[in-house]
Design a protein around this ligand. Sequence first.
Ligand SMILES: *Cc1c(COP(=O)(O)O)cnc(C)c1O
Length: 346
Amino acid sequence: MNTIDLRSDTVSHPTPAMREAMAKAAVGDDVYHDDPTVNQLEADAAELLGKEAAVFVSSGTQGNLCALLAHCGRGESILIGDTSHIFRYEQGGMAQLGGILPHTVPVQTNGTLCLDDLQAAINPDDEHMPITSLVAIENTHNAAGGLPLSAEYSAQVADFARCNGLRFHIDGARIFNAAAAFDVEAKSLAEGADSLTFCLSKGLCAPVGSVLVGDAAFIRRARRARKVLGGSMRQAGILAAAGLIAMHEMRLRLRDDHDNAQLLAEGLSEIPGLCVMSQNTNFVYFSLDDSAGVNPIELAKTLRDDHQILISPYGGEQGQFRLRTHYWIDRAAIDKVVRVVGALLS
Ligand SMILES: *Cc1c(COP(=O)(O)O)cnc(C)c1O
């Protein structure tokens, strides 16, 4: 990729090793549980996250929806962050397709949900009210700027869920970025959770796919949900082959993306007129102030047209940008971005 695409880590392409593994993958009909590569991906994912079983799904959105459909009945209510991906960016699938009611609580600036807020949001046993049945958190937290949530925090939520008879789901789309940030095994972040979804695409570079993990009975229900959503695939081993490399190899290099994000943030922060708002894991946010003397839309356009550098305007507020590092962004790319943006703002 000659283009330096920092819009998201979702733009990452599969690696040459993935393409080769995909071409050679042993396959079968996965709806009959006959695909050896999918079976291996699911077994390995379950082990890596410390759960009994797993199911391969087409996307993080589908994984989260299968989880909620498997955990909750119609008319039940879940506790969820007000800026969470599940609530904001998945079309309200839980309500649209599952009759599940989201009860939002504020996401704190550190990406957590406050336990007191959660406690206060549980409905009493009252026939006027929906039954509260689940709590969900997000790790790393997308809207909070890619912040990782610690194993200690996860354990507190698990405790809270257990004490209140709730199920506990983690939207761990980037759980391995969180694990890399704390230098811990991902399973320590999933301990006490009833289920977790993670993405094989994004920073892990697989072209397609996510995995949902949980106990065996839960995964059987999630498979039913996947089927009715049209998500059961046949010779999906072609995709799982890339997923295995994502999970076993690409997972181990996410630290490089975090280091590159830090370098990028440091380089950009030296540029007058530009303010780095935050850098966590592989996310960098910056804004332009009036002294920059450059229109933000123009900046993005010039970067794209003249320098093949793609960045995302963010948040609707003029002058804010979101950048995400990934496998295809190396040190040389970081240096170029800092140099070019510095020159354009001088
Ligand atoms: C990307 C993402 C998802 C799922 O997205 P898909 O595009 O459906 O794979 C879910 N949660 C979070 C926090 C995400 O960043």
